[in-house]
Design a protein around this ligand. Structure first.
Ligand code: RIB
Ligand code: CA
Length: 313
């Protein structure tokens, strides 16, 4: 089977970084056409730089990295240095990137790539706020029917919020963008906190990264060592939740995940519940289903896959 052609839209972020590493380590299943950076965990000037740092860590300086939007559609940017550190990639000491940033705006790259590709052959993998994706849909509505699928990390239902009591960070930062994506009619697969909070980097799993004996293994272990503080403190978790790598792992081994095809809508009005993904898990409304909302993972299978693939870099 030929590899899935994808664009990764990202706000690195240690977990984004591991998702990108997993994608770049899996050329049989995934062809990364480009990486578009968005403002989120840290400002755009850092997320685009971090995306290039990760490509060079993977030994793939030929990957094209683009800068996208530096702020949400209609709100001030909210960042998450309290989780990811000042640089957004705190933990390992990694060299500044030598590879160039592409001159084209990330949103234009997304539009151009989709328009130039055969119908339904490009998958978008957003790992941060949905600003770039929504901007592309607003600028070029014709691309919606041309996109094969959007597989995104974002939202929460039973797990409720991680940035407010009711909202997950990626959706909360740009709820208007999320609303556009969830109403777009594009095939959606969603990795919410309900599933990503079951993908925890325990000490054994972190030790397995380090035991790879490679720069990638060491950097991954250092990133998750740093990144776990927030969740350990807040949830008493057994380790860092690998949110974004669930998106890449789904592309390689979808059978690792379980979920339901349901209606999911985004709260964009109420200040109290702004950014909430209102998931009709029990199908109590007549609202049409629009997303496969995941809520379970074979965590051991996930980490076995991830560690084996990281070992290839
Ligand atoms: O809420 C978790 C999500 O927000 C992850 O994508 C993390 O990288 C941050 O972007
Ligand atoms: Ca992210």
């Amino acid at each position: 089977m030929s590899p899935r052609k994808i664009i990764i839209d990202t706000d690195p972020g240690q977990d984004d970084a591991i998702a990108i590493l997993l994608a770049l380590a899996s050329p049989e299943e995934i062809e990364v056409l480009g990486i578009t950076a968005v403002a989120g965990n840290v400002p755009l000037s850092l997320t685009e730089k971090n995306a290039r740092i990760v490509c060079e860590l993977a030994g793939k300086p030929q990957v094209r990295v683009f800068a996208g939007c530096d702020a949400p559609l209609s709100r001030p940017l909210i960042t998450a240095e309290h989780v990811h550190g000042k640089t957004g990639l705190d933990g390992p000491v990694l060299p500044d990137p030598q590879m160039p940033l592409q001159a084209q705006h990330g949103v234009d790259f997304i539009i151009e790539t989709i328009r130039n590709a055969p119908l339904k052959t490009i998958t978008l993998c957003p790992l941060g706020p949905l600003t770039n994706i929504a901007s592309a849909l607003l600028k070029a509505p014709d691309i919606a029917e041309r996109i094969e699928e959007i597989i995104l990390m974002g939202g929460a239902y039973f797990e409720v919020g991680n940035i407010t009591p009711s909202a997950e960070f990626n959706i909360y930062v740009d709820p208007e963008a999320a609303d556009i994506v969830f109403k777009s009619g594009i095939s959606l697969t969603v990795m919410p906190l309900d599933v990503t909070h079951k993908a925890l980097v325990t000490k054994e799993r972190n030790d397995a990264f380090r035991a790879l004996g490679t720069a990638v293994g060491a950097a991954t272990a250092d990133m998750t060592d740093f990144f776990e503080r927030f969740d350990k403190e807040k949830y008493g978790s057994a380790g860092a939740p690998l949110h974004d790598p669930c998106v890449t792992a789904y592309l390689i081994k979808p059978e690792l995940f379980k979920g339901r095809y349901i209606n999911v809508m985004i709260e964009t009005e109420s200040e109290l519940t702004l950014g909430m993904t209102v998931a009709d898990w029990w199908r109590v409304t007549k609202r049409p289903a629009n997303a496969t909302f995941m809520n379970d993972i074979d965590a051991d299978g996930f980490f076995t896959l991830l560690t084996e693939r990281l070992g290839r870099l």
